[in-house]
Design a protein around this ligand. Sequence first.
Ligand SMILES: Nc1nc2c(ncn2[C@@H]2O[C@H](COP(=O)(O)OP(=O)(O)OP(=O)(O)O)[C@@H](O)[C@H]2O)c(=O)[nH]1
Ligand SMILES: [Mg+2]
Length: 393
Amino acid sequence: MDELAGLADAAGADVVLRVLQERAKPDPATFLGSGKVETLAVSCSETGAGLVIFDSELTPAQLRQIEEKVGQKILDRTQLILDIFARRAQTREGKLQVELAQLKYLLPRLAGSGDALSRLGGGIGTRGPGETKLETDRRRIRARIHSISGDIERVRQRRAQLRERRHKASVPTVALVGYTNAGKTTLFNLLAGARAEVSDALFVTLDPLVRQVRLPDNRELLVSDTVGFIDRLPHALVAAFRATLEEVVGADLVLHVIDAAAPDRERRISAVQQVLEELGATGVPIVEVYNKCDQLTADERRRLQDSDPAALCISALRHEGADELVETIASRLALDVRRVTLAFDPESPVDRQRIAQLYRLARVLVHESRDGRVSIVADVPRRLLARLRPDAR
Ligand SMILES: Nc1nc2c(ncn2[C@@H]2O[C@H](COP(=O)(O)OP(=O)(O)OP(=O)(O)O)[C@@H](O)[C@H]2O)c(=O)[nH]1
Ligand SMILES: [Mg+2]
């Protein structure tokens, strides 16, 4: 409920009342029991609440029924999250992605009647596809979905091309992921020396940011910050943000930023892992970074380190633990070099390319030609080694 309150706050609502009901299972018609719905109506008029937000996803029928009985506007958790995203989206890509998610969510809810449309007054839950669009029929919404999907697909391809180019240039990428508000952007700013917006509100970052980072020894990598995850992230959103989230799948390393001080830390960790799985990012190496360790007591820190000796404890806000983190990134990316001797055939175009690559990306110590072979001794970043010569040792 605290998280739902945080989401409501991010959408600009003031929370005046929280209502809980324990039931074996939701009422198919009204979700809450009928007595509870009546009490809810009374509570609304007593507190002057003009909006009721449910922490679960409601069926279109439930939504209508509750609304009829309570007489106020009703939103479910998914609509609330979609609304926050609609408020935050700034780039054209971000806006398109949110609109797609909203339309996909709305489409089945427009079934057969105009009252789904008339429910939309002003305020929360009405951002994005404006009323004018919603007043059109489903066919036009479908056409819009189709055209946005095409636009997003083009964005996706463009991103894929950029990734491919980076990969060819052999600049490794590190993607920051984590629950919303974990401190991803704070860490991004620390690593990249950037000044992206940081805030205690939820879902501040939507559009992916990529920056070049130079390690202390002059090696280069790219770090990307992106949209945060949340428990029960609406499917329509994950699908719509695929273009953005593919940055994560294409990364060489994922830093999972965890709010170490969150009381429900473990639940958040598994929510993030679940989204990563959904995205198909399970093949990417992941480092878990416990952030906000400044808020832990010495005891809590010790317990964390005992439970996971490899856990990195940092404070992005206070710049604590950054050196160790950078070192971990470097070694996990196998940016560390190995001295190797490689033999090439100067007649082979592939080998000639490899030699050129060595000169670009490694430090060549010896270059000898003998008996029609070229022998090179070089300090080569480990991640490059396999590509240069699969049989190198
Ligand atoms: N105490 C403490 N607070 C931190 C630390 N790192 C970040 N914060 C605070 O946590 C809040 C969220 O930080 P952000 O960097 O915006 O988090 P985010 O993960 O990018 O959040 P979204 O983009 O909204 O998903 C801000 O109020 C930060 O100041 C830390 O190490 N310690
Ligand atoms: Mg952020």
